[in-house]
Ligand binder design. Structure first.
Ligand code: SF4
Ligand code: SF4
Length: 317
């Protein structure tokens, strides 16, 4: 048993799978940004993206399941050539689609009609916005990103996002360094007040997400000699109440080649599910999955520290 599983067990708990409700598809590492906290090491030069054939195989598998939500992430998921095809097909099955959007992509040349496309297909948007003031955003995400994000949010509001119930717009906050996020409800109130006051922007929910010590963020921690200290914060902050809500319990994570993982973090660490051999989505039967243990390691303490963390924000009020 590893340190994380031991800690869970010490609290009399077990990390067990629930029925899968979300298929989270990471369509690749291509992105127009290169944020310092990026757990995918994404960027404009990355070439790993999902092909039309893989999209087709995922869609075929999805049709045979009751999974209601497809959560598209990347990189910037909108940059793969088959993004719109993927969304149209999933919506055609009557399933819900979430787009994890970095906002700036909505204004890039070649993607100008994208916001309207998302609106027309009632795609829920979960958008990165690490702060409501420019300095923190640009330190983490690059020069010019704050103004572009504001312009993109204003565009989405004009289209009805954050204003109409059928067009949810959520923002994601993650800390600008080696510390845990603050209280989600308090931060949401700050964001709502400040973004409305300064820019007339409205949105639905703010999700606070802990930076996990992997990939580019781990390199940053090591470079600044903060890795051990940050791990201590995560381990000491273990909150048993967060275990029930961990996203690996009800989410299946798929990589750009169709490989299957317990979550997007395990995906970036190459912890592919195995059943004698590495598994792809089209090999997966949901009954068999129930019997497979969730693969954990030291980074999992990032999901259970403080109020807990998931793609839907804090896990404990
Ligand atoms: S954090 Fe998101 S927007 Fe930033 S480089 Fe990574 S994938 Fe792109
Ligand atoms: S990192 Fe993944 S496997 Fe580990 S606790 Fe978080 S969601 Fe679960």
């Amino acid at each position: 048993m590893n340190h994380f599983d031991q800690t869970v067990a010490r609290h009399g708990l077990r990390l067990q799978r629930a029925d899968p409700e979300i298929l989270q598809v990471n369509v690749g590492k291509l992105c127009n940004l290169t944020c310092i906290h990026c757990h995918v090491n994404a960027g404009p030069k990355r070439r790993e993206i999902m092909t039309r054939e893989t999209v087709g195989r995922i869609l075929d598998w999805l049709r045979g399941t009751e999974i209601r939500t497809v959560d598209l992430t990347g990189g910037a998921p909108e940059m793969i050539p088959d993004f719109r095809h993927f969304v149209e097909e999933v919506r055609g099955m009557g399933r819900h689609v979430i787009d994890r959007c970095n906002l700036t992509i909505l204004l890039e040349d070649g993607h100008r009609g994208l916001a309207g496309f998302l609106r027309d297909h009632e795609v829920e948007i979960v958008a990165s916005m690490p702060c409501y003031s420019p300095d923190n955003v640009e330190e983490q995400r690059g020069e010019g990103v704050f103004d572009a994000s504001i312009a993109a949010l204003q565009l989405l509001n004009r289209l009805g996002y954050g204003r109409e119930e059928r067009l949810p717009l959520h923002l994601v906050y993650n800390p600008n360094g080696a510390f845990l996020p603050g209280d989600q409800a308090a931060l949401e109130a700050d964001y709502k007040r400040e973004l409305d006051r300064a820019f007339g922007i409205r949105f639905d929910r703010l999700f606070t997400i802990t930076n996990l010590p992997i990939a580019r963020f781990a390199a940053y921690l090591r470079h600044t000699r903060q890795y051990d200290e940050y791990m201590e914060v995560l381990v000491d902050g273990f909150n048993p109440a967060s275990v029930e809500g961990l996203m690996c319990r009800n989410t299946i994570s798929v990589g750009w080649r169709g490989e299957v993982y317990d979550c997007d973090f395990n995906q970036q660490l190459g912890m592919q599910l195995r059943n004698g051999k590495p598994m792809f989505l089209w090999d997966l039967d949901l009954e068999g999955l129930r019997r497979m243990p969730i693969q954990t390691a030291e980074h999992c303490f990032g999901c259970t520290a403080g109020a807990g963390s998931s793609c839907g924000g804090a896990l404990v009020e």
